[in-house]
Write a new protein. Sequence first.
Length: 203
Amino acid sequence: MAWFDVTRPLSPDTTVFPGDPHIHFRQIPADDFLVTEVLFGTHSGTHIDAPRHVLKKGQSIDAVPLENLIGECRVLDCAGHTGPIESESLAQGFPGPSRVLLKTRCESGLQSPEAAYLGQSSAYFLADHRVRCVGIDVPSIEDPTGTGEIHRILLQAGIPIIELLDLSGVAPGDYWMAALPLRLEGLDGSPARVVLSDTFPED
């Protein structure tokens, strides 16, 4: 069995989406123990968007079903894309596992002007196929200059979104995934630890 940690490290040096809170660590003096105060936004580092991110009455991150975030997933090769990834590029991976991770050529974690992102036809395609979740290795699953439409299509369909994965060390294919957010009551998202395994549990 091999495990792949596809979570990007979270530190004060982590780049955050423009307008989001910056990450701060502050060690609190103590005689015998080390305690650190941590300040970060709910969409810092590798994180999961819950429906409440765009829907005022949407499901919060602590209410997202764990079965959406744990189970078989497929890493799709989207490294040849710049700009929108449209539905014809996703069709190659279907039918398949109901959790989908999109591997672009983003290794730095920065969303350059040439970075790939999910197009509208792909968002509807994933909603129509009722996937349990979708992830990508860039800071935002949609064009950073977009209107939030891609988020709304997916989150209205109850599909949580994992953003800013590190898929650079993972080959396209099928894996067992566990993507666990912090249980932040009532909130819109959370940083998460996301791991993949090349071995599948027995039923």
